[in-house]
Design a protein around this ligand. Structure first.
Ligand code: ATP
Ligand code: MG
Length: 425
């Protein structure tokens, strides 16, 4: 026997039994975006490697060790997108969406990072992201936070997530602070872990983002960025906090929140849950006012965030029941019913456009058809036999106990039966 070919580690199939939750989440996201007047944008999954190196930063986890990079047949270096912001900016510049315009965009799709797979961390995962261009905040920054907060309420996760915010200040303020950090960490150079030693002179801010427990103490005593902010950033951060207060969104200022990517400035935020162990960040974002220029566009203020859908689905799975069961199954008894079943099913669908109706195919005894109807989770079995065919009627059998009001089964003229189905949905 041949060996079975398996999927790639960390790249998962999403099975029919799981899909209802995914679709529920995706539909709710789409509805929310429409509610706020945001437009969807779709861009490729593969881009030139240089795009990510130049935007995310050479000395970041993603670029140093997580990217799926390969040479294509022309010898060009390409990368499976590890995130959406850089691609969105590339697309916005290339398609002329950003010059003297405001854009409020969203996207949803797979991202790829070569990380160690574990619960909440995969090599192919899905992000829903929002990017806004041409608005410098802080009102729009708060809109993004309020919008995510509304989403948590809609999907029933409001009690499971908390908001953490910080300001990274202007690029100059950050550069000053970097020097302060280098001075501080240099005193402990020998005690730093390997990653942090390497980052000390290239990207000291990232040391603060370390998840290594041995770095916790040194990190917690480090000087805080908030004390080195420029006046404008300080003022805007204060304004932002005031608007958050007005909007009654609870938040925690986390002075150590720096985010793992190089392009952020001013506001950064994360929605974090304690329910998923170390993989607790379900949504993360911030302002990136210099990225458009850095990628060859005109200077354009920008802010955005991305959510990891796997982590949200994992939270939802423990709290929510959603199913994609059909509403009804059409059972066919006898040869005539079998040959006319398909046409009758179409007629029912014409009358009941909101009904999800599964047609029993392949023929079987009534008993085994009933068994399968029960197993399908449908609310109704619609029965078509010679008797119904001759009288242009349908028999409807209610399968769920709570629906059984009077009779469990009714034989009605076709149009009355369809009315009843429509009413019972
Ligand atoms: P982390 O600190 O957990 O590695 P990150 O800072 O690398 O996250 P971002 O690049 O900001 O994450 O991505 C935004 C969101 O995408 C994360 O908050 C998380 O919910 C999700 N995410 C990131 N990497 C993965 C992954 N490998 N598997 C599943 N979800 C992920
Ligand atoms: Mg990461």
């Amino acid at each position: 026997m041949q060996n079975k070919i398996q999927s790639i580690r960390g790249m998962n199939d999403i099975l029919p039994s799981e899909i209802a939750l995914w679709q529920y989440l995706e539909n709710t996201l789409r509805e929310t975006m429409t509610q706020y007047g945001y437009d969807e944008i779709r861009f490729p999954i593969v881009e030139k490697t240089a795009l990510f190196k130049r935007s995310i930063g050479e000395v970041t986890d993603i670029v140093e060790k997580e990217m799926y990079t390969f040479n294509d047949r022309n010898g060009d270096s390409l990368t499976l997108r590890p995130e959406g912001t850089a691609v969105c900016v590339r697309s916005g510049i290339q398609q002329g969406l950003l010059v003297n315009q405001q854009q409020r965009l969203w996207y949803l799709g797979p991202m790829f990072r070569h990380e160690r797979p574990q619960k909440g961390r995969y090599r192919q995962f899905h992000q829903f992201g929002v990017e806004v261009f041409g608005l410098s905040g802080p009102d729009i920054d708060v809109e993004l936070i309020v919008m995510t907060s509304r989403l948590w309420k809609k999907i029933g996760l409001a009690d499971d997530v908390v908001l953490e915010i910080n300001s990274l200040g202007s690029l100059e303020a950050r550069d000053n602070y970097k020097q302060v950090l280098v001075d501080y960490f240099s005193q402990y150079e020998a005690s730093l872990d390997e990653d942090s030693q390497r980052r000390l002179y290239t990207n000291p801010l990232r040391i603060l983002d370390s998840k290594n427990p041995s770095m916790q103490e040194i990190n917690s005593n480090a000087p805080q960025l908030i004390d080195y902010l420029d006046d404008e950033s300080k003022h805007e951060f204060k304004q932002l906090c005031q608007i958050l207060d007005l909007a009654k969104i609870p938040y925690k200022i986390n002075p150590r929140l720096v985010r793992g990517l190089d392009y952020y400035n001013k506001l950064v935020f994360e929605w974090v849950t304690t329910q998923l162990g170390a993989q607790g960040t379900v949504c993360a974002g911030g302002r990136y006012d210099t990225l458009v220029k850095q990628l060859g566009g005109k200077e354009t203020p920008a802010v955005g965030f991305a959510m990891g859908l796997e982590r949200l689905v994992a939270l939802l799975a423990e709290r929510k029941e959603v199913s994609n069961n059909p509403d009804a199954v059409l059972l066919l008894m006898g040869e005539r019913a079998q040959s006319q079943g398909l046409v009758v099913a179409e007629t029912i669908r014409d009358y009941c456009p909101d009904l999800s109706l599964q047609l029993f195919c392949g023929g079987a005894s009534f008993k085994s058809q009933m068994k399968r109807a029960d197993k399908s989770g449908a609310k109704f079995a619609i029965i078509l036999a010679d008797n119904e065919l001759d009288s242009n009627q349908l028999t409807i059998k209610f399968l769920r106990a709570e629906d059984v009001t009077e009779e469990q089964q009714k034989t009605l003229p076709m149009s009355d039966a369809c009315d009843l189905l429509n009413k019972s949905l």
